[in-house]
Design a protein around this ligand. Structure first.
Ligand code: FAD
Ligand code: NAP
Length: 339
């Protein structure tokens, strides 16, 4: 049975810790409730927003519509083979809980994605990624309710149109699908991915010579805890901007102009730049304007030191975008969803 609440404070529901009101707020605890909501007419003609853990969004004012918080729970093995398993998780499960439960069972694939905040249902939306692994690498399928029609749709990997921090759910189907479950294919004989960032150094520091998936997960957690602000302490939504991808020609030009600029070749011949490095070079690392700031250990993360508004954060983000464009001729695109 759906309960519609009015004028709900969203501060506890977004990791930036921004004060904003939702005109209406409804929790969805099951697939059936998602169908009921879509067919109820409540959303018709209104603005609405599907909310998971609120760790990839920024409210710039009150939300004058319906916030739909997906909190359904459950995880089960739906197929088991000699080499792998298919695990289906409800969208409202906490992502890191799914990671730790699968690792405990000895199933590999998610270890590099340890400690990403938020819920399972949001994972495919931006094809979450970290330490050289993306959700699409072990994605099998998902099930969603079309909030315009109330019908269920399944999406396989191809149908999700995954890209770098991108999917069909951020583009053609933006805001329309309520994902209620995600199925992953996890390996019983995992191949570890250690050649990214500081994973190898961290394993060495831990005294591990033949790492297991648990070791890799522990290493990733240790690195993340040492570098990233804990949203429980300082409001943030992780990387505020995407790493920009430029042509080979532009990357060559930038390398000639700016010694030491990190450039990562992509499979399609384009080059990825590190947005955090560009921002740091513009002098913003640790910069603060009132309660809006740039994290002192990772310039890609904008933070709320207490009472910043969404507009304070946006204003700082705009200054950063302008400075990076002026110095490097590169446009920074926001990764965080703005409402
Ligand atoms: P929300 O913020 O609630 O929503 C994000 C988007 O997904 C919104 O557009 C929302 O409408 C949509 N959405 C949410 N749930 C559903 C659903 N069930 N159905 C349909 N649409 C839905 N991201 C990475 O990719 N890699 C990282 O390493 C990473 N590290 C982070 C570290 C920190 C400290 C923080 C604060 C964030 C980090 N993030 C990272 C960003 C964020 O945690 C992820 O994008 C996460 O998947 C968002 O999950 P959420 O449940 O909080 O989504
Ligand atoms: P980092 O290791 O300091 O590296 C800086 C940037 O360089 C990263 O953004 C990463 O791109 C890129 N990079 C590093 N090594 C690379 C390699 N071998 N090949 C290709 N690209 C490489 O980054 P960090 O800030 O500590 O983050 C570590 C990982 O966690 C990254 O994968 C990052 O995306 C992820 N993370 C994401 C968020 C988020 O909110 N989206 C927040 C925190 C951390 P990529 O980002 O493309 O990997």
């Amino acid at each position: 049975m759906l309960t519609i609440l009015e004028n709900i404070e969203l501060k506890p529901y977004n990791t930036f810790g921004i004060n904003a009101l939702a005109r209406q707020f409804v929790e969805v605890r099951s697939r059936e409730e998602a169908v009921e909501l879509a067919k109820s007419g409540l959303l018709k003609g209104k603005l609405y927003l599907v909310l998971g853990g609120g760790s990839n969004m920024l409210f710039t004012g009150d939300f004058n519509g319906v916030v739909v918080n997906v909190i359904n729970k459950g995880m089960k093995v739906i197929e088991e083979h000699e080499e792998d398993v298919l695990v289906e998780s409800s969208a409202g499960e906490v992502w890191h809980d799914l990671v730790t439960r699968t690792i405990k069972n000895g199933w590999g694939g998610l270890e590099n994605l340890s400690l990403i905040p938020g819920c399972v249902g949001a994972g495919p939306v931006q094809n979450i990624g970290a330490y050289g692994v993306e959700l699409q690498d072990c994605f099998h399928s998902l099930k969603a309710i079309d909030l315009e029609t109330g019908y269920e749709r399944s999406f396989n990997r191809e149908e999700c149109h995954f890209g770098y921090r991108d999917s069909i759910f951020k583009r053609e189907l933006k805001g329309r699908m309520l994902i209620h479950s995600v199925t992953l294919r996890l390996s019983k004989n995992p191949v570890l991915k250690l050649d990214y960032g500081a994973i190898r150094q961290e394993l060495e520091a831990m005294g591990v010579t033949t790492p297991t998936i648990t070791d890799v997960s522990d290493a990733v957690c240790r690195i993340r805890r040492s570098k990233l602000p804990d949203p429980e302490v300082t409001g943030n939504a992780g990387s505020f901007f995407k790493n920009p991808v430029v042509s080979g020609v532009q990357a060559e030009h930038l390398k000639n102009q700016h010694a030491g600029i990190p450039v990562y070749p992509q499979a399609d011949g384009t080059m990825k730049l590190a947005a955090g490095w560009l921002i740091e070079q513009c002098g913003f690392k640790g910069h603060r304007e009132g309660d809006a700031g740039v994290h002192p250990r990772q310039a890609l993360v904008l933070v709320n030191y207490g009472n910043a508004s969404g507009l304070d954060i946006i204003s700082l983000a705009g200054k950063i975008q302008n400075a990076v464009f002026e110095k490097f001729g590169v446009k920074l695109e926001m990764e965080v969803n703005i409402f």
